[in-house]
Design a protein around this ligand. Structure first.
Ligand SMILES: [Zn+2]
Length: 86
């Protein structure tokens, strides 16, 4: 369970939920649909905590012009800081 822009969403039992168009959790560049919590968390952390468009690791790395491995190590760093987005 986590909170997005004041609204609370519950993870479905199947682990996959259709959120409707505006909150669809798929990469807005390559349209990969199975974004991980890390990818969603990273988009929020690095771009906008109220983000409605999300990026997979590869597209986010391209967008930010960094190496995907840097983003993966950032995720670990944020986790160690106890960030609730991951
Ligand atoms: Zn992508």
């Amino acid at each position: 369970m986590w909170n997005i822009a004041g609204r609370t969403f519950l993870r479905s039992a199947s682990g996959r939920t259709k959120w409707g168009n505006c909150m669809k959790k798929s990469c807005c560049i390559c349209e990969k649909e199975t974004l991980t919590k890390n990818e969603i968390g990273l988009t929020k952390k690095l771009l906008d905590k109220n983000a409605k468009r999300f990026y997979c690791i590869d597209c986010l790395a391209m967008y930010l012009e960094v190496d995907p491995e840097i983003l993966l190590s950032k995720i670990e760093e944020f986790k160690e800081q106890g960030c609730t987005l991951f």
